[in-house]
Write a protein that binds this ligand. Structure first.
Ligand code: TYD
Length: 226
Protein backbone atom coordinates (compact mmCIF):
# COMPACT_ATOMS: atom_id res chain seq x y z
CA UNK A 1 0.00 0.00 0.00
CA UNK A 2 2.86 2.34 0.65
CA UNK A 3 3.54 2.61 -3.08
CA UNK A 4 0.18 4.38 -3.56
CA UNK A 5 1.65 7.54 -2.10
CA UNK A 6 4.14 8.54 -4.79
CA UNK A 7 7.50 10.00 -3.87
CA UNK A 8 9.39 12.51 -5.94
CA UNK A 9 7.98 15.07 -8.31
CA UNK A 10 9.99 17.85 -6.65
CA UNK A 11 13.46 19.22 -7.40
CA UNK A 12 14.77 18.55 -3.87
CA UNK A 13 15.49 15.33 -1.99
CA UNK A 14 13.22 14.21 0.84
CA UNK A 15 14.95 11.95 3.38
CA UNK A 16 13.25 10.68 6.54
CA UNK A 17 14.90 9.22 9.68
CA UNK A 18 12.92 6.55 11.52
CA UNK A 19 13.24 4.04 14.34
CA UNK A 20 12.33 3.24 17.95
CA UNK A 21 12.76 5.96 20.57
CA UNK A 22 16.45 6.19 21.50
CA UNK A 23 17.90 4.51 18.38
CA UNK A 24 20.05 7.58 17.70
CA UNK A 25 18.32 8.84 14.57
CA UNK A 26 18.28 12.49 15.73
CA UNK A 27 22.05 12.45 16.29
CA UNK A 28 22.53 10.80 12.91
CA UNK A 29 20.35 13.44 11.27
CA UNK A 30 22.55 16.22 12.68
CA UNK A 31 25.73 14.46 11.55
CA UNK A 32 24.31 13.90 8.04
CA UNK A 33 23.29 17.56 7.80
CA UNK A 34 26.81 18.66 8.71
CA UNK A 35 28.37 16.26 6.19
CA UNK A 36 26.07 17.32 3.37
CA UNK A 37 26.62 21.03 4.10
CA UNK A 38 30.38 20.45 4.06
CA UNK A 39 29.87 18.99 0.56
CA UNK A 40 28.12 22.22 -0.46
CA UNK A 41 24.51 21.02 -0.27
CA UNK A 42 21.59 23.20 0.76
CA UNK A 43 20.13 21.29 3.75
CA UNK A 44 16.96 21.78 5.80
CA UNK A 45 16.66 19.93 9.14
CA UNK A 46 13.18 19.40 10.47
CA UNK A 47 11.13 17.00 12.63
CA UNK A 48 7.75 15.48 13.30
CA UNK A 49 5.49 15.93 15.05
CA UNK A 50 6.32 19.61 14.54
CA UNK A 51 8.55 21.40 12.06
CA UNK A 52 6.29 24.45 11.67
CA UNK A 53 4.86 26.77 14.37
CA UNK A 54 1.32 25.34 14.33
CA UNK A 55 2.57 21.76 14.10
CA UNK A 56 4.87 22.36 17.11
CA UNK A 57 1.80 23.43 19.12
CA UNK A 58 0.04 20.20 18.14
CA UNK A 59 3.24 18.31 19.13
CA UNK A 60 2.82 19.39 22.73
CA UNK A 61 -0.66 17.82 22.78
CA UNK A 62 0.80 14.55 21.46
CA UNK A 63 4.05 13.95 23.32
CA UNK A 64 3.20 15.10 26.86
CA UNK A 65 0.72 13.76 29.40
CA UNK A 66 -0.73 10.37 30.25
CA UNK A 67 -0.44 7.50 27.73
CA UNK A 68 -4.25 7.23 27.64
CA UNK A 69 -4.78 10.95 27.04
CA UNK A 70 -5.97 10.30 23.44
CA UNK A 71 -7.64 7.33 21.82
CA UNK A 72 -5.60 5.80 18.97
CA UNK A 73 -7.99 7.34 16.40
CA UNK A 74 -7.85 10.85 17.86
CA UNK A 75 -4.08 10.59 18.05
CA UNK A 76 -3.92 9.55 14.37
CA UNK A 77 -5.98 12.61 13.37
CA UNK A 78 -3.75 14.93 15.42
CA UNK A 79 -0.61 13.52 13.75
CA UNK A 80 -2.18 14.08 10.35
CA UNK A 81 -3.15 17.66 11.25
CA UNK A 82 0.41 18.37 12.39
CA UNK A 83 1.84 16.69 9.25
CA UNK A 84 -0.37 18.68 6.89
CA UNK A 85 0.75 21.97 8.51
CA UNK A 86 4.41 20.85 8.35
CA UNK A 87 3.95 19.82 4.70
CA UNK A 88 2.37 23.13 3.66
CA UNK A 89 4.67 25.48 5.58
CA UNK A 90 8.04 23.72 5.59
CA UNK A 91 8.43 20.53 3.54
CA UNK A 92 6.75 21.36 0.22
CA UNK A 93 8.37 24.84 -0.09
CA UNK A 94 11.86 23.46 0.70
CA UNK A 95 11.51 20.56 -1.75
CA UNK A 96 10.22 22.95 -4.42
CA UNK A 97 13.39 25.05 -4.16
CA UNK A 98 15.66 21.99 -4.49
CA UNK A 99 16.87 21.60 -0.90
CA UNK A 100 17.90 18.33 0.70
CA UNK A 101 15.27 17.95 3.44
CA UNK A 102 16.22 15.76 6.42
CA UNK A 103 13.15 14.99 8.50
CA UNK A 104 13.22 13.31 11.92
CA UNK A 105 10.21 10.93 11.65
CA UNK A 106 7.38 11.04 9.11
CA UNK A 107 4.54 8.76 8.00
CA UNK A 108 6.43 5.52 8.77
CA UNK A 109 6.28 6.50 12.45
CA UNK A 110 2.51 6.72 12.08
CA UNK A 111 2.47 3.33 10.37
CA UNK A 112 4.57 1.82 13.18
CA UNK A 113 3.25 3.65 16.28
CA UNK A 114 -0.43 4.27 15.54
CA UNK A 115 -1.17 1.24 13.37
CA UNK A 116 1.17 -1.62 14.27
CA UNK A 117 1.89 -0.92 17.93
CA UNK A 118 -1.35 0.88 18.89
CA UNK A 119 -3.40 -0.66 16.07
CA UNK A 120 -6.56 -2.74 16.03
CA UNK A 121 -4.55 -5.97 16.31
CA UNK A 122 -2.57 -4.64 19.26
CA UNK A 123 -5.37 -3.13 21.36
CA UNK A 124 -9.10 -2.58 21.49
CA UNK A 125 -10.13 0.60 19.72
CA UNK A 126 -6.84 0.72 17.78
CA UNK A 127 -6.68 2.00 14.22
CA UNK A 128 -6.28 -0.11 11.09
CA UNK A 129 -3.44 0.15 8.60
CA UNK A 130 -6.08 0.97 5.97
CA UNK A 131 -7.15 4.03 7.93
CA UNK A 132 -3.54 5.19 8.32
CA UNK A 133 -2.91 4.79 4.57
CA UNK A 134 -6.20 6.41 3.52
CA UNK A 135 -5.62 9.47 5.69
CA UNK A 136 -2.05 9.81 4.49
CA UNK A 137 -3.17 9.53 0.88
CA UNK A 138 -5.79 12.25 1.37
CA UNK A 139 -3.77 14.62 3.56
CA UNK A 140 -0.30 14.34 1.97
CA UNK A 141 -0.30 11.83 -0.93
CA UNK A 142 3.50 11.58 -1.10
CA UNK A 143 6.21 9.37 0.34
CA UNK A 144 9.84 10.34 1.00
CA UNK A 145 12.51 9.68 -1.64
CA UNK A 146 14.61 7.82 0.93
CA UNK A 147 13.81 6.50 4.40
CA UNK A 148 16.55 5.45 6.80
CA UNK A 149 15.33 3.07 9.48
CA UNK A 150 17.65 2.83 12.50
CA UNK A 151 17.28 -0.65 13.92
CA UNK A 152 18.16 -1.27 17.56
CA UNK A 153 17.11 -3.64 20.33
CA UNK A 154 14.52 -1.66 22.37
CA UNK A 155 16.19 -2.54 25.69
CA UNK A 156 19.44 -0.99 24.44
CA UNK A 157 17.51 1.97 22.99
CA UNK A 158 15.81 2.69 26.33
CA UNK A 159 19.11 2.38 28.19
CA UNK A 160 20.58 4.99 25.86
CA UNK A 161 17.51 7.23 25.80
CA UNK A 162 16.76 8.41 29.33
CA UNK A 163 13.28 9.78 30.06
CA UNK A 164 12.54 13.45 29.50
CA UNK A 165 9.31 15.46 29.66
CA UNK A 166 8.30 14.31 26.15
CA UNK A 167 8.05 10.67 27.15
CA UNK A 168 4.40 9.82 26.54
CA UNK A 169 5.22 7.13 23.95
CA UNK A 170 8.17 5.70 25.92
CA UNK A 171 5.71 5.09 28.76
CA UNK A 172 3.59 2.68 26.70
CA UNK A 173 6.13 0.10 27.89
CA UNK A 174 8.58 -2.58 26.74
CA UNK A 175 6.14 -4.77 24.74
CA UNK A 176 5.09 -1.66 22.80
CA UNK A 177 8.73 -0.86 21.98
CA UNK A 178 9.28 -4.44 20.79
CA UNK A 179 6.22 -4.24 18.52
CA UNK A 180 7.55 -0.96 17.15
CA UNK A 181 10.87 -2.46 16.19
CA UNK A 182 9.14 -5.29 14.33
CA UNK A 183 6.85 -2.80 12.60
CA UNK A 184 9.79 -0.71 11.35
CA UNK A 185 11.60 -3.83 10.13
CA UNK A 186 8.48 -4.93 8.24
CA UNK A 187 8.17 -1.48 6.62
CA UNK A 188 11.80 -1.69 5.45
CA UNK A 189 11.29 -5.20 4.05
CA UNK A 190 8.08 -4.24 2.24
CA UNK A 191 9.49 -1.15 0.52
CA UNK A 192 13.16 -1.84 -0.30
CA UNK A 193 13.24 0.75 -3.09
CA UNK A 194 12.65 3.56 -0.61
CA UNK A 195 13.88 2.20 2.75
CA UNK A 196 17.32 1.28 4.09
CA UNK A 197 17.57 -0.65 7.36
CA UNK A 198 20.62 0.58 9.27
CA UNK A 199 22.12 -1.35 12.20
CA UNK A 200 22.16 1.32 14.92
CA UNK A 201 23.93 -0.91 17.47
CA UNK A 202 27.39 -0.04 16.09
CA UNK A 203 29.55 2.95 16.97
CA UNK A 204 28.08 6.29 15.83
CA UNK A 205 30.84 6.95 13.25
CA UNK A 206 30.06 3.70 11.38
CA UNK A 207 26.34 4.49 11.45
CA UNK A 208 27.04 8.04 10.20
CA UNK A 209 29.14 6.72 7.31
CA UNK A 210 26.29 4.40 6.22
CA UNK A 211 23.82 7.26 6.53
CA UNK A 212 25.82 9.65 4.36
CA UNK A 213 26.53 6.93 1.79
CA UNK A 214 22.80 6.16 1.46
CA UNK A 215 21.90 9.83 0.98
CA UNK A 216 24.73 10.42 -1.51
CA UNK A 217 23.73 7.32 -3.50
CA UNK A 218 20.15 8.53 -3.75
CA UNK A 219 21.31 12.01 -4.73
CA UNK A 220 23.54 10.55 -7.43
CA UNK A 221 20.71 8.36 -8.74
CA UNK A 222 18.16 11.17 -8.80
CA UNK A 223 20.26 14.26 -9.44
CA UNK A 224 18.76 17.73 -9.24
CA UNK A 225 18.91 18.69 -5.55
CA UNK A 226 21.11 21.64 -4.60
P1 TYD B 1 10.45 12.25 18.64
O1 TYD B 1 10.59 13.66 19.01
O2 TYD B 1 11.14 11.79 17.40
O3 TYD B 1 10.89 11.34 19.87
P2 TYD B 1 12.27 10.62 20.12
O4 TYD B 1 13.32 11.68 20.06
O5 TYD B 1 12.09 10.06 21.50
O6 TYD B 1 12.42 9.57 19.07
O7 TYD B 1 8.91 11.87 18.47
C1 TYD B 1 8.03 12.06 19.52
C2 TYD B 1 7.16 10.86 19.74
O8 TYD B 1 6.06 10.83 18.81
C3 TYD B 1 7.90 9.55 19.55
O9 TYD B 1 7.75 8.78 20.73
C4 TYD B 1 7.21 8.89 18.40
C5 TYD B 1 5.85 9.52 18.33
N1 TYD B 1 5.26 9.59 16.97
C6 TYD B 1 4.12 8.82 16.68
O10 TYD B 1 3.62 8.08 17.52
N2 TYD B 1 3.56 8.93 15.43
C7 TYD B 1 4.06 9.76 14.45
O11 TYD B 1 3.51 9.83 13.34
C8 TYD B 1 5.23 10.54 14.77
C9 TYD B 1 5.81 11.48 13.76
C10 TYD B 1 5.79 10.42 16.04
Amino acid sequence: MTSEARSGGWPGLFVTFEGVDGAGKSTQLRLAAAGLRAAGRDVIETREPGGAPGAEEIRQLLVTGAPGRWSATTELLLFNAARRDHWERTLAPALATGSVVLCDRFVDSTRAYQSAARGEGAQEGGVSREMVEALHQLAIGKNPDLTLIYDLDPTEAQRRGGAGAEDRFERFGAAFQGALREAFRAIAAADPGRCRLIDAGRDPEAVAADTLAAVEATLAARGGAR
